[in-house]
Design a protein around this ligand. Sequence first.
Ligand SMILES: [Zn+2]
Ligand SMILES: [Zn+2]
Length: 302
Amino acid sequence: MDLLPSKNSTNYFKGNLHGHSNHSDGALKPNEVVTEYKNLGYDFICLSEHLWKGEKFANELVLDTTHLNENDFIVIPSAELHCKGKKYVKNELWHIVANGLPVDFKCADDKETAHDLIQRAIDTGAFVTIAHPEWYMLTFDECMSVSHAHGVEIYNHSCHIEAARGFGTATVDYLLQEDKKIYLTATDDSHFRMPDGGGGWVMVASENLNENSILDSLKAGKYYSSTGVEIIKCEMDNNLVKVQTSPAENITLVGRGSRSLSVNGNNITEAIFDLNQLDTNWFRISIIDNFGRFAWLNPVWL
Ligand SMILES: [Zn+2]
Ligand SMILES: [Zn+2]
């Protein structure tokens, strides 16, 4: 069984799910952001502008990106949703990324909770993820309160280069440990005020490059996340999991509690794991190459 759709059977599209233009607090105009990502070899981006009212960094309207679509490059209407009630951050605002949002989606009011805001976005058909949990110190109680989101950013490139707090591993694994079904994403959160474009992305398995097909694949977990490592194949036969990648130095499978299996070496391109050695009801695989770049597969529930 393929744990990741085979390259022979489908196309893969490279995309950034989280980024900003000058519609909110990014440095570039929307069409300039498109040019940057086309030059980086992407197939699609999301302009997830800050959606909040009365603040300079945000806009209270979702950006209509229809005019930016081309045959071989699409922009999916998105927003970084904000609402009150977040602990440990200066303005007490939550940050939630919603991809595939209707342009008439309303800004939260002062009373809407993160739980309800996420549900309202999911109800419109959006793919909803919890942004940069490490960067703004999401507490475990907070992450449990929003575990109905589709995913968590396991990597946010701008938080990594700006604050060295770019990872979300602890949040992801805490939710998995609590039996929540959660996917993971790597994103740029690019503003183009720093060199923050092209650091974290998703590779989405999809027949066609269009918004509905990409969103369906994201919601079904048919993608992997990367900061530079390519995952070529991942399959499971009986209890044997086989993964093939671009040259790496560490391939790890983690599961419940502190359970893990790993293969280490120079320029390794394959690992085979026997799940019989691991008493777990879920696992996920991550890969690190000798430049410290990662790839992450979505969790598998047994
Ligand atoms: Zn944010
Ligand atoms: Zn952002």
